[in-house]
Design a protein around this ligand. Sequence first.
Ligand SMILES: [Zn+2]
Length: 281
Amino acid sequence: MKPCFFPCAAALALLALTSIVNPASAQFCKPDAQNRSSLLHCCHGNNIKAALLCSQYASSSIARMQRIKTLRDALWLSLRSAEPQSATTKAQQDIVPLVGKTIVVDAGHGGKDSGATRGGIEEKNLCLAIVLKLKQRLLDQGIRVIMIRDKDVFVELDDRVKMTNQAHPDIFVSVHINSSNNSVSRGIEVYYYTRQSERLSWCIYRALVSGLRVVGRGVHKEGFRVIKHVTAPAVLAEVGYTTNTPERTLLADSKYQERIAEAVVAGINQFFASASNDGTP
Ligand SMILES: [Zn+2]
């Protein structure tokens, strides 16, 4: 299995210090200041020098754009696409791995099915809050997002599968919150069923564990209906426990939900980036 690559902040900082910015030599694509997708596209398509410029542009002109405002972000985007820039389809995929992809996002439970409920907090509502944040982050990257539900409605499991397969997405991601009779249990679990889903599950799992700095409880093969019958690579992520009081408090916090969404997006990025590098789906 191809491991996912996570550049560390220290390495990025070192690169920032050792890189020489030369505006004249950088192929800088000037982004639309109002459009984060445009900015991401420009950053993706350039080298480290250009990314430095891109970062400067971002920080000076578009402070209201919340998510790409640091040098580290810009360098990370650039490093991810640091392939020889020949005019081939594969190279273009390396540069902008997520633009044009279709992702089906599934919030667990909904409507009459509340999922695991503790302390007045219902799993269905936590799942929905997280996937709405995930949706926005994916849209910001130029991804086509199909939501199984974007409000508190009940959707049969078979209908979730049907909707997904009819959309022919690149991947399917389902978000759930775990529960246990043991109130001490906490952390992340990610499930897959089909062989083509295993690498995606590892990418999202590692991104969640490292991004949230929480306990990793492993990646598991399990025949949950939504991931068993979806034809695209499909994962079901349990992003914490409602039955663990401190974790439940975190899961209900909007900022923590943003961090979960951010981590899932990072995992998806790693999946597509490594796929475009080694030619596997
Ligand atoms: Zn659930």
